[in-house]
Structure formats: structure tokens, C-alpha cells
Design a protein around this ligand. Structure first.
Ligand SMILES: [Fe+2]
Length: 429
């Protein structure tokens, strides 16, 4: 395993160089950069965005990126879909799948990627998509760049080494990685296989959520977000570049590696985060609070407090609430939920929701604890207990999740899932 170094702090102004004294001092774009490097700016927000949300980095590289986006030819997009998905239909009930299958043998992260659901409209920079990947091979000399959305990778099996233009990230189950749109990367494996979820965010880049009365030090702590140090390919080597633009995949062959950034500075870069560092808050007296208290990262929309996408984590915690039904209650919410499981058992579902599975509960589709979980929680002795020993995740959106035709045709779709609530009989006497 490679021992990687990281820089820490969410959205900090970083500076890093793989060779000494390459970064210009006191300016971004000198007439000549040391060693003949090219200067290139990468922005993540409009030039005139509010200053507190501005994102941009300056890259100093062997060749400029303009040499990458030439001769792009459309290629088959496979099972990758982008919102709005014209083939998909709305759904009317609760949905849940067993672990998603491989879509072919001997796939890498990209060729093993299939879209589970989309929402919103990528061209309107609203909504997102959730994909699933199964990989048994490294991408090697294939690089990928997504211009449609920021990507959040959430593996639940295997170890990933993500090589990006701005440095390398090691990402294992229990970690997430976020790759800004426009940043080229490849995914290599240091295990025989890897599986995971991917959220593609068409909207505002993920950021730490507002904290209101919570104050500074809880939930995802800024210092726990890790950014790569500059690393580059010293030798020219041919590389296949796949680009996703407006939902279509394109391919081109480069005579050199696009991973040629020798130094960079700025606050826009890929990062990783270890989910068990999340300092969860919870009820210490009674009742079950809103799950928003477990928001790790949030993509805001134009309506304050109404997320384009929230990324929420349900992790092990102490349950101490008195005279309380401790699991999540029954609910019909305006926001639409898509859940996955990295490991363990989620405490609102007694069975049927396992790592690699997905559930979708869209806007105003009622859901909640299943019959068995309800029975257990209403009879449980309310002593302090710690649990569940699991990592469950949710992408919650103001837009309804629309499952792909492929996902709805899978035998892994649990046709009897709505019956999980069928034994909730009348108790009123
Ligand atoms: Fe829910």
C-alpha cells in the first residue's frame, strides 16, 4: 500500500508542489513559470459568486488541458444515465433493491458503472444521479472527466487508489471521496474487487451544512477533510481519456498523461473524508430528532434550507431517549430519499436492507419502520444502548428520484418490499 500524504481542512486555501520552488510567489500567472510549466485556472463557482463560496485553483502543468479536449468522439454510454432520464417513469410506491449486480465481467470503475436513479436536470445544474459500480480491474491508463456534475464515491467493498490531476487519494469502505467536475481522474484497485455507490451532483458543490445553534464543533469537522498533495506522471505515456459532457460519453487518445500537474494552489480540489470521524448529535432526553442533524455535506439550492442534495450518515451512536419510540417514526416528507448501506444493519429495517442495496422513498411516499422493527421498538426496554453497528447513508433531495429502466427491470428489485408494513394491524381498541 502506498503511504500518501494529505493536506487537511475543508475548503482551505492549499498550496502544494511535487518539485521545489515551482509555485509562483505573490502572483498566479507570471510571464514564465519555472521549468516551462503552463498556468491554468480551474473554477468551481462563477467569478462573481459570494466571496465566502468562491472556489478556484491554479494549476501549473506540463501541458495545458486544451490539448485534452480535441478529437473527442462519442462512445456508447452503457448504463450511465443523466437527468432528465427520458426513458424512465415515475414510481408510486416504496422501492428497495438487494445488492446491485455486476453489469459485465472484468469491469473497471468506469465500465462497471450503472445508473440507479436520476433527478433534476444536469443542464439546469439541478438535482443529481446515483450510480453503482462493480470493478475487478484498475482503470490503468484510462482517465475520466465529468463535466456534468461533482462526483462522490462511496465504496462498500475493496480499496481504491484514486489518481487525480491534483494528487492521489486512498479510499476504503468507511471513506468517501469527492471529485470536482472538470478534474480528470482514474480509479485503480489494490484489492481484487471493489463495489460502491456514486452520487453525481449537478448542483452547487457539496459544502459543510449550516450549523445554527449547534455551533462550531460537531458533525463533520472541517479538519477531518483530507486533500491530496501534488503528484504527477514524470514520463509521457499514452492515455485514453473519457469525458462525460451533457450526458454523453466521448473518448479520445492522448499521447501523454493528463496527470501532469506539478504544483497547484487554491481551494478547489478533490478530497476524502472518513465517515467514522463524524461526531453525531442525538436526543439526550426524549423523542427522535430530524435526521438533518446527521448531515455530512450539503449541496444548496436557490431556496435557503432546501437542499439540492444532502448527504446524510446514520452511524453507531448511544440511544438514551426516555419514554420514546427510538427508531425513525413513520413519515411522509416533502424531500425525496435514496439510501444505501456500507456495512451493518440499519435500525429501522429488521431485514432485507443489506450492503450494496438501495432504497428509494420519494416525496410524500409514506414509509418508516417495518413491522418487525416497530414491534421490537415498542416493546424494548429503554435502557441506554449503543447501536446500530452500521454505516448507512442517504442522499436526500428536493427533487424526486427517478429510477432508471434498467434498475426497475432487475430481479434484485424487491417486489414485496411494500408488504414489509402489511402486519401493522389496527391496535386501537
Ligand atoms: Fe425516510
Amino acid at each position: 500500500m502506498v503511504e500518501l500524504n494529505y493536506q487537511t481542512g475543508f475548503g482551505n486555501q492549499f498550496e502544494t508542489e511535487a518539485e521545489p520552488d515551482v509555485l509562483p510567489v505573490g502572483q498566479n500567472s507570471p510571464q514564465q513559470v519555472k521549468g516551462g510549466l503552463y498556468t491554468e485556472q480551474l473554477t468551481g463557482t462563477a467569478f462573481t459568486a459570494p466571496r465566502a463560496s468562491m472556489q478556484r485553483s491554479w494549476l501549473y502543468r506540463i501541458r495545458p488541458s486544451v490539448k485534452h479536449f480535441t478529437n473527442l468522439e462519442p462512445v456508447d454510454s452503457g448504463l450511465i444515465r443523466t437527468g432528465p432520464d427520458q426513458d424512465a417513469s415515475p414510481t408510486t410506491t416504496q422501492l428497495r433493491w438487494d445488492p446491485f449486480p455486476s453489469i459485465a465481467s472484468d469491469t473497471n470503475w468506469l465500465t462497471g458503472l450503472s445508473t440507479v436513479a436520476t433527478n433534476g436536470d444536469s443542464e439546469m445544474q439541478a438535482g443529481g444521479a446515483v450510480h453503482h459500480f462493480v470493478a475487478s480491474q484498475s482503470m490503468g491508463d484510462t482517465a475520466f472527466v465529468n463535466t456534468d456534475g461533482e462526483l462522490m464515491l462511496v465504496p462498500y467493498v475493496g480499496h481504491l487508489l484514486i489518481k487525480t490531476e491534483m494528487g492521489h487519494l486512498e479510499v476504503n469502505p468507511g471513506h468517501i471521496a469527492v471529485i470536482p467536475r472538470g478534474v480528470k481522474f482514474s480509479v485503480d484497485l489494490s484489492t481484487d474487487t471493489a463495489r460502491g455507490y456514486v452520487c453525481e451532483n449537478y448542483g452547487a458543490n457539496f459544502s459543510l451544512p449550516e450549523h445554527g445553534l449547534v455551533g462550531v464543533d460537531a458533525n463533520a469537522l472541517p479538519r477531518d477533510f483530507e486533500y491530496p498533495v501534488a503528484a504527477y506522471d514524470r514520463d509521457d505515456r499514452s492515455t485514453s481519456l473519457i469525458a462525460k459532457i451533457s450526458g454523453q460519453l466521448f473518448s479520445t487518445e492522448l499521447e501523454h498523461s493528463p496527470f501532469d500537474v506539478v504544483a497547484w494552489h487554491g481551494n478547489l480540489a478533490p478530497y476524502r473524508y472518513e465517515l467514522r470521524r463524524f461526531c453525531a448529535l442525538g436526543p439526550v432526553v426524549f423523542d427522535h430528532p430530524d435526521p438533518s442533524i446527521w448531515t455530512v455535506l450539503s449541496s444548496s439550492s436557490d431556496t435557503p434550507g432546501t437542499a439540492n442534495l444532502d448527504f446524510i450518515l446514520f452511524r453507531e451512536h448511544w440511544r438514551v431517549a426516555e419514554h420514546t419510540f427510538r427508531p425513525p417514526w413513520f413519515h411522509s416528507n416533502v424531500m425525496s430519499e435514496l439510501m444505501g448501506l456500507i456495512e451493518g444493519i440499519y435500525d429501522a429495517k429488521a431485514q432485507g436492507f443489506v450492503p450494496g442495496g438501495i432504497s428509494i422513498h420519494n416525496s410524500f411516499i409514506p414509509h418508516g419502520p417495518d413491522s418487525e422493527a416497530f414491534a421490537a421498538a415498542t416493546e424494548a426496554e429503554l435502557v441506554p444502548s449503543k447501536g446500530p453497528d452500521s454505516l448507512a447513508i442517504m442522499w436526500e433531495s428536493r427533487y424526486r428520484w427517478v429510477p432508471t429502466t434498467w434498475a426497475m427491470g432487475l430481479s434484485e428489485l424487491q417486489g414485496d418490499y411494500p408488504e414489509r408494513w402489511s402486519e401493522l394491524e389496527r391496535q386501537w381498541d
